[in-house]
Design a protein around this ligand. Sequence first.
Ligand code: ATP
Ligand code: MG
Length: 332
Amino acid sequence: MRKTILTGDRPTGQLHIGHLFGSLLNRVKFQEEYETYIMIADVQALTDNFNNPQKVRDNVLEVAMDNLAVGIDPQKATIFIQSLIPEIAELTVFYSNLVTISKLQRNPTVKQEIEQKKELFKDSVTFGFLGYPVSQAADITAFDADLVPVGEDQLPMIEQTKDIVRKFNKIYGQTLKEPEALVGGFGRVKGLDGNSKMGKSLNNAIYLADSPEIIENKIRKALTDPDKIKLDDKGNPDVCTVFYYHQMFSGGNLKNIKNECQSGERGCIQCKRELSENIIRFLEPIQKKRKYYQDHPELVDEILKRGTEKAREKSRQVLQRVKKGMKLDYFS
Ligand code: ATP
Ligand code: MG
């Protein structure tokens, strides 16, 4: 039996290079080998965008196109919309008995995100947002996932899922599969502002669909070593965001770039220009493919519709098992 992958994105904006190196490249690689489910997490996106449903709705298509553009093949992988799988919502309710409020409050990613969303949550976070790790456990287990390709920020969610699975199996009998996380080559890509995480809700991202002009502009403003002022000043690549991105896009030439920067032979303007060129070249085939889907949105709709039907079928079987374990299998 082929092993299964479940992964996904929140439709809160277009996908960026953090997604590419954190999760997308792994998805593309593993779709050959694994039964792959890619979820567009609209229900989860609403937990911190409940007051902006149009934004979430619009970005479902954007996120689907980004996945297809980087090479997800709808013949191999199943792309689906979370809210159309009511089984996930049911599992979330059942699992919520197995998690304490204080455990959720201690989740480091949730803690940090609540801090970032102070304006939305004021002095008290919603039940829905605090509980999103529980719904994520439902997402993963609804597909019997073995492997979950994610960025580093999601590791506490996978731990939480394992915890729920173990508790569930102990109380209700062996029913759920325990998943493993798979973090990409760059598990936490830094933002343009030097923030420790590039995020679509953080205004610090290079999007896969950014035009060459926008990329040049963003890189021009990116943070470099503040002590390197003149071209021939010796620089420290370790504190430079531009060098950080060179590591992703300028593989073959990395040693040279580092040496030239450290010895004062390389100016930041030239260094930024080279980085922009490399990013633009890297994204060109992705953008070409994206353009095709932008021109044929009906194709994307069809892919999502078919994917959702298939995903529903799978999650129905899992829910049946769960209900049996919980003695909720009435009249069967
Ligand atoms: P939001 O700010 O709305 O939460 P996001 O940029 O964090 O958006 P998500 O949809 O939450 O994106 O995450 C989708 C997947 O991409 C997750 O597996 C997440 O860990 C991964 N990911 C997101 N940002 C990064 C990053 N900067 N580096 C590596 N992986 C990332
Ligand atoms: Mg996120």
